[in-house]
Design a protein around this ligand. Sequence first.
Ligand code: FES
Ligand SMILES: [Fe+2]
Length: 396
Amino acid sequence: MSNDFEAVRRKVALRFREPTKLPKEIFSDEAIYREELQRFFYGPYWHPVAHRAELPATGSFKTTWLAEVPVILTRTADDEVRAFINSCSHRGALLEQRRCGVAAQFECPYHRWLFGNDGGFIGAPGRKEFRSDFCETDYSLVPLRVAEHAGLIFVSRDSLAPDLQSFLGAAASPLADCMLDDGRLKLIGYQKVIYQANWKAYIDNDPYHAPLLHAAFRLLNWHGSKGQLITTRPYGHMCILYQINHYVDNGFLNDPSAISFLGTDDRARVVALRPVTGITKHLDTINIRFARPLGVNRTEVSYAFFGHQDDTPEYLEHRVRQSSNLLGPSGYISIEDAAIYNRVQLTTNDGGYARFVKGVGKPRDQWSQNDEASNTEWWAHYRTRMGFAPEGSADG
Ligand code: FES
Ligand SMILES: [Fe+2]
């Protein structure tokens, strides 16, 4: 913990009296941001970084980031998914910079050291003249812990992270629903956006705004659906399970086919996994939002869209059209999100508070999907984890 952070922590703790009233500087303070990287992104949590569908064959790899740490995921000959820090064990160059591909080995471009996709050192030019105590196993790529649920691959840097099922708790089942239960997904594409907002402002945004902020939500007559809300303790994962209203042609869209439903399972799901991943299943659109902070006020979100391996070509084509038009960063439903995240971020230096009111005060088991209270479970955990809560507080 830096001295910078300790000074800020004391000041923020005085203002962070309850998880329903957030001192806005937590969204803009550089020392807090640096500390969050250590406590959440490199701490005892699990972070979704890929779905197995993105590693479809033996030898497939994907590169990504865990906050500021470059990560490479590989599918090895024994069909294991492995994860490593994507940095050469020699002088530290980024080992692989392609987004994805197939490779049994990775050669560093700098001095040509060679690594297997199991992370092991294979060889290097000039090897005979290396220092006499050079031990190859000391120069493997640095591994990360890997765990999987319904094909969704999580990594952790911290040996103290609990087992994945304990981490997910009651979010495990809705998460599997999003992966169509058997997890046999097929990648259909990505959209990427950089939001001008702190990572917490991004993930905190859902769900209490859709019918209010999004014009298309009203025009498509999707507001008012009743659902079940699940929040977990201590992490505050949040899941909304509901039955979608199907669009009845009201002339709003010239071509409503993009939002028609062609599947058999129209149970909608919204899952927010802490610290910063959103997963949705909505009509025929299956979407994992892999997010990473790029700094205190920028968040990159890579929207990955999926179908099922058993889909017909026509159904997959429909999923592509719907995914592109509905819930991505420029979709009918989500197009206002980027603007509102930024409007929230723009006021974070004014010394004020962000407050939660709707549903607050009701017993936890009476919170509904349309209550703001549901997010406060996470904020209680955050407050404790960051040392902003009073000593001995029961939060989190
Ligand atoms: S830094 Fe990779 S081979 Fe030297
Ligand atoms: Fe939204």
